[in-house]
Write a protein that binds this ligand. Structure first.
Ligand SMILES: C[S@@+](CC[C@H](N)C(=O)[O-])C[C@H]1O[C@@H](n2cnc3c(N)ncnc32)[C@H](O)[C@@H]1O
Length: 318
């Protein structure tokens, strides 16, 4: 995929820089492996209300052109304005990279568009969860394509307040009603869409989300135990969420609790391998394959030589 000026903040080789607190609590920069990071205190899980934007943080929009007739708006805010730290991809336990737009999120939108075009996917009236949303552009795309529910989750309430919510507002107000959905439903109808924003760690945030079942029931062969319920999501989206080996199991557990049986789908866009942090699509797939409940299929592979190999995988129930 060619890089444009809009992509200037995107990370190509996924080498995170870390900031961590030293004992005198001054912030120092250091490149560390994930295993070295101190055990952080998790931020509380919260629901951030649509009207809760942070007025003091400067937010400017710019277009993201996806070359397939899709243009979305994204904001730009400064990490130092929001977290008091500059040029950092991660601050363990404090910030997980949500203020940047990572390139796989655009691969994910293109894949969804392709799946719709090929008749493999319909978003109309679907319940969607975007995990690790950051800018939230894939979730916004599903919203504009007629999803009935779109829930956004990020580690940080600040990311939701300063970026995700303003992005949702910017895209909604810039989209003419006749371009809003493939069926041309009036945009005003979408003001009633169930759009909500949740922050918190993957090990705890299920307490706020629409949960389909207990994780243990996910793999049961007794279909009466995992019968359809009103909880859970039809579609779970994730971009660039599988970089950290230590988080993969809790991420999978969250999916297990939130995915609607039997027709739920998960779309994951990520790099095959994240240098320096050890995760990647292979590592995530091995957890999924070992559990044996979901089956994976490759939707898109981008090996342009300009960056690490990127993939979009779809997971469905066996
Ligand atoms: C690299 S950013 C990707 C952001 C966005 N999806 C994109 O592609 O532009 C990783 C995202 O995963 C989320 N994340 C990472 N670790 C997490 C954890 N342990 N609990 C909750 N969210 C986490 C963060 O919210 C962060 O926004």
């Amino acid at each position: 995929m060619a890089r444009s000026s809009q992509e200037s903040e995107w990370e190509t080789p996924f080498t995170f820089s870390f900031l961590r607190q030293n004992p005198s609590s001054a912030v120092t920069e250091k490149t560390v492996s994930y295993s070295e990071k101190p055990v952080p205190t998790l931020p509380p899980c919260t629901e951030v209300i649509f009207t809760e934007v942070a007025p003091s943080v400067k937010y400017a929009t710019e277009p993201v052109n996806l070359n397939e007739g899709i243009t979305l708006l994204k904001g730009r805010v400064s990490t130092s304005d929001v977290f008091g730290a500059s040029n950092s991809d991660l601050i363990p336990g404090k910030y997980e990279g949500g203020l940047k737009l990572w390139e796989c999120s655009l691969d994910l939108i293109k894949s969804l568009a392709l799946e719709i075009q090929n008749g493999q996917l319909s978003l109309e009236e679907k319940k969607v969860l975007e995990i690790g949303c950051g800018h939230g552009l894939p979730g916004i795309f599903t919203y504009l394509k007629g999803a009935a529910t779109v829930h956004f989750q990020d580690f940080n309430a600040e990311v939701l307040q300063c970026l995700t919510i303003p992005n949702v507002k910017a895209n909604l107000s810039s989209t003419p009603s006749n371009q809003c959905t493939s069926s041309g439903i009036d945009r005003d109808a979408y003001l009633t869409t169930d759009v909500r924003f949740f922050s918190g760690d993957w090990s705890e945030v299920h307490n706020l989300l629409s949960v389909a079942r207990d994780a243990e029931l996910f793999g049961t062969r007794d279909s009466s135990l995992k019968q359809e319920s009103s909880g859970g999501y039809d579609i779970i989206l994730m971009a660039e969420t599988v970089y950290s080996l230590s988080s993969l199991q809790k991420l999978y557990n969250l999916i297990k609790m939130c995915l609607c049986w039997p027709n739920g789908l998960v779309y994951l866009a990520a790099k095959k391998h994240y240098f320096g942090v050890g995760g990647g699509t292979r590592q995530f797939r091995s957890i999924v394959d070992h559990d044996g409940v979901l089956v994976a299929s490759l939707v898109m592979e981008v090996a342009d030589g300009a960056s690490n190999v990127r993939e979009v995988w779809k997971f469905s129930f066996k």
